[in-house]
Design a binder for this molecule. Structure first.
Ligand code: BGP
Length: 479
């Protein structure tokens, strides 16, 4: 009834929001390097060229590149068993199209993995976390170009071989299902060739998005199959953004609407990745939207052969679905909105806080796939106040995490096979949706601000000591 003895407690990050050093040691520009900062109210912008005097927050981010030893020591101090991070594709293949990798980039991750090993921490590596080399956007319109599959496979073969003795757990695409929503065009698919402007003004082309997504499915399955054949010790997972939805009312029409949205947003991609084929319900959606997926011969076979070993997801919030247009209060959210739930409170960014939804979600996913699960992102983005003595009293964050861990525990009691938990942004990083620093998630505060200033020094927040106790008690002591 308790968390497993070898439960993987840790924290999550992504290179583009954390590493910085965007043009150092041969790295090429990736999509986030072309994103300006924004805020809750003002969307960030994408610029194909670099505008003088404009801030591009991912470029320095919170500089893991030059702080990795210090940061891994902090993770070890909290008792981390696992460290979720991503490899920045354009650090290894600067344009994504080279034949040979960039040795300096490979060496950096060797250093990181060696440091993790010294501290007895297992890496969990996302291969592509919103970090498409920008040259692939310009050349192929991102993942819309089938050629990008080969680029990705080449990249994976290089990193698998190089790190085969250092990394066991891999996730192919971060939040792959973000491609089912318009915002995914910029974040994960890179189907924004030539686009300049605010991210919420990217023209939506569902045909392009779902074709690009098909290419990601094939790419993911190809490398999973390749890894299973060549590195049997590897474990490969998906990563889905789970945007849990409830029917707003018991009106059967609301229930059906909710089922439909749950399928498109939350189930479609992982049904393909876990079961190995397109689910039948998606055909109707494609037909109604006029979407035709161009598959090549052999694609269906590849999907069948490249299914995942474990299922991972991010969970921050839930929303409601209704067909009743008079229910107008929208909830905010990561990528997609929905209708506000009168039973829930929201964060300062409008994300509705729903710990019980995590228990519900874990049960739903496990019922469907019956493979081990891992919560690889969860947390509260909040404004923190740095006190004069260097402390940060983030009791609101502790409260959020405590309630979510308690519900994970309930799910374990319900019979869910849960491998681990890596709360998002365990150290402050740049926000993916807004490009802000002010939206902080960390147990560790980083001195870095929205105007680009800050000395990058690290400080332990109150939640640091709390999480240390949680890990030390294997999730028993949440006080
Ligand atoms: C997920 C992403 C992360 C992360 C997180 C928090 O969607 O995988 O990269 O940033 O959400 O979102 P935000 O930074 O927008 O608050």
């Amino acid at each position: 009834m308790a968390f497993k003895k070898d439960f993987l407690w840790g924290g999550a990050t992504a290179a583009n929001q954390y590493e910085g050093a965007w043009d150092i040691d041969g790295k090429g520009a990736s999509v986030p390097d072309h994103c300006t900062n924004g805020s809750h109210k003002t969307p960030k912008r994408i610029t194909p060229d670099f505008e003088e005097g404009t801030l591009y927050p991912s470029r320095e981010a919170t500089d893991f590149y030059h702080h990795y030893k210090e940061d891994i020591a902090l993770a070890a101090e909290m008792g981390f068993k696992v460290f979720r991070m991503s490899i920045n594709w354009s650090r290894i293949f600067p344009t994504g199209m080279e034949e040979e990798p960039n040795e300096a980039g490979l060496q950096f991750y060797d250093n990181v993995f060696d440091e993790l090993k010294r501290q007895n921490i297992e890496p969990l590596v996302t291969i592509s976390h919103y970090e498409l080399p920008y040259a692939l956007v310009e050349t192929y319109n991102g993942w819309y170009g089938r050629e990008v599959i080969d680029c990705f496979v080449r990249y994976c073969k290089v990193i698998f071989e190089r790190y085969k003795d250092k990394v066991t757990y891999w996730l192919t695409f971060n939040e792959i299902n973000s491609g089912t929503a318009p915002m995914g065009a910029a974040l994960s698919l890179g189907t924004i060739k030539g686009f300049r402007g605010p991210v919420d003004e990217i023209p939506d082309e569902p045909q392009v998005r779902f074709q690009a997504l098909h290419h990601q499915f094939v790419a993911s399955a190809l490398v999973i199959k390749y890894a299973h054949e060549n590195y049997p010790q590897f474990k490969l997972g998906n990563m889905s953004l789970f945007a849990t939805k409830y029917p707003y009312s018991c009106n059967p029409a609301d229930v059906l609407e909710c089922q439909k949205q749950m399928r498109i947003m939350n189930w479609f991609c992982s049904d393909v990745q876990a079961r190995g084929y397109y689910p039948s319900y998606i055909n109707r959606f494609f037909e109604e939207k006029g979407i035709v997926i161009k598959k090549e011969e052999g694609d269906d076979e590849i999907l069948r052969q490249g299914t995942i070993d474990f299922y991972t997801f991010s969970y921050y919030m839930s929303t409601c679905e209704t067909v009743d247009a008079s229910v107008l209060e929208k909830a905010g959210g990561n990528l997609i909105g929905g209708v506000a739930n009168p039973y829930l409170k929201a964060s300062d960014w409008g994300w509705q806080i729903d710990p019980e939804g995590l228990r519900y979600t874990l049960n739903e996913i496990y019922d469907r796939y019956q493979i081990p699960l891992m919560v690889v992102e969860n947390g509260l983005g909040a404004y923190d106040k740095l006190e004069e003595d260097g402390s940060v009293h983030d009791d609101y964050r502790i409260d959020y995490l405590r309630k979510h861990i308690a519900q994970m525990h309930e799910a374990v009691k319900d019979g869910v096979d849960l491998m681990g938990y890596t709360p998002w942004g365990w150290i402050d990083v740049v926000s993916a949706s807004t490009g802000e620093m002010a939206k902080r998630y960390g147990f560790v505060y980083v001195d870095k601000y929205d105007d680009g200033t800050g000395d990058l020094s690290r400080r332990r927040k109150d939640s640091f000591f709390w999480y240390q106790k949680v890990i030390g008690s294997n999730g028993e002591d949440l006080s």
